[in-house]
Design a protein around this ligand. Structure first.
Ligand code: TRP
Length: 334
């Protein structure tokens, strides 16, 4: 078996990526591209498992690419492309639909959450979405997959599918069993209004999140309004256990400054949260505002973004076609 490391990850095309996407995924993608070969895919086929307005979908794909570039992904180092442009994803997904088991999919908690109370009305695509995710990864024989904790179960399913394929078709080690790369220190970035919920673009209030395109003024306003605590900042982490919003602000500060939470607490304990908020706004503006400006600039030249996708597509498709040849042969497809 080749020992070459290959990173693959997928990001859903949503306009308006936020601080949670940045600290939880994009920043890590950027550092990985200097260590290994990396493929980053904008997963438009995953997006359409719930209805998307066609023109919005297109714009969201381009905006996601712009966000990749603005945060430091380099198309000369990493392969950047959109999923639907490489048809191998759907071809392999079909084959893997026949390897994956209904019982396995029935255990996926994200489907249960997303489908809600009326599962009969969810699209079939939403149900088999994890098989498509396995196809994304295995199409390139990726060895490492950076994902957030919410995707861990899907990645475990990809590992089961890879293993079953290797067994069923008697080809031990054909698909590498992909390893999750869940960033070690990144605590999840939570909503600024409810510290028990993840920061999310689907939360109604825009005050719940810092968007990568927010202006300095918006960042200041949002941090000022963020829930914290009326008591001064404690010395000890234990005292924050029941104060998720306060902990979240400290976590974000620690993440962006790359200081441990303990170091941060040493710096600010005994002070009011307004003190922390002022510092936090400053460092967030320093980090986020230039990214937002770059995203807006890149979006003014959509042809350039499409060109980047086209080049990425060619590179991705070459690897995919080569692997698919062998996959078809293993399965016995003429
Ligand atoms: N399902 C992932 C999400 O919603 C996105 C995704 C699709 C992905 N294919 C992938 C992530 C392959 C990692 C690897 O976040």
């Amino acid at each position: 078996m080749s020992k070459k490391k290959l990173v693959f990850s997928g990001v859903q095309p949503t306009g308006n990526l936020h601080l949670g996407n940045y600290l939880g995924a994009l920043k890590n993608f950027v550092s990985l591209q200097n260590e290994m070969e990396c493929i980053y895919c904008v997963v438009d086929l995953h997006a359409i498992t719930t209805f998307q307005k066609p023109d919005e979908l297109q714009n969201n794909v381009l905006e996601t690419v712009a966000s990749f570039l603005a945060t430091g992904l380099d198309p000369n180092k990493s392969i950047i492309f959109n999923q639907s442009s490489v048809s191998g994803h759907t071809e392999l997904a079909w084959i893997l639909n026949c390897v994956s088991r209904i019982g396995w999919l029935n255990r996926m908690t994200q489907f249960k959450d997303k489908a809600g109370s009326d599962k009969e009305k969810a699209s079939v695509g939403l149900y088999i979405y994890p098989n498509l995710m396995a196809a994304d990864i295995l199409l390139y024989k990726a060895t490492h997959v950076p994902v957030g904790a919410d995707q861990k179960q899907h990645l475990e399913l990809s590992r089961d599918i890879a293993q079953k394929f290797n067994n069923d078709f008697n080809c031990k080690d054909f698909f590498p069993i992909p390893e999750p790369l869940i960033p070690k220190n990144v605590s999840r970035v939570m909503s600024l209004r409810d510290g028990t919920k993840k920061m999310s673009k689907s939360e109604e209030s825009d005050f719940s999140r810092i968007n990568l395109k927010d202006s300095a003024d918006e960042i200041i306003k949002k941090i000022k309004k963020a829930k914290s605590d009326s008591e001064p900042i404690p010395e000890n982490l234990k005292n924050l256990e029941k104060k998720p919003e306060a902990l979240n602000l400290l976590n974000i500060y620690s993440e962006v400054t790359k200081k441990s939470l303990e170091t941060v607490l040493n710096e600010v304990s005994g002070k009011e949260y307004s003190f922390l908020k002022t510092k936090l706004s400053e460092i967030l503006i320093g980090e986020i505002e230039p990214i937002g400006k770059e995203i807006k600039k890149l979006l003014n030249n959509k042809d350039h973004l499409k060109q980047i996708l086209k080049k990425g597509r060619e590179k991705a498709n070459n690897i995919a076609e080569e692997n698919l040849k062998n996959i078809r042969e293993k399965v016995g497809l003429l």
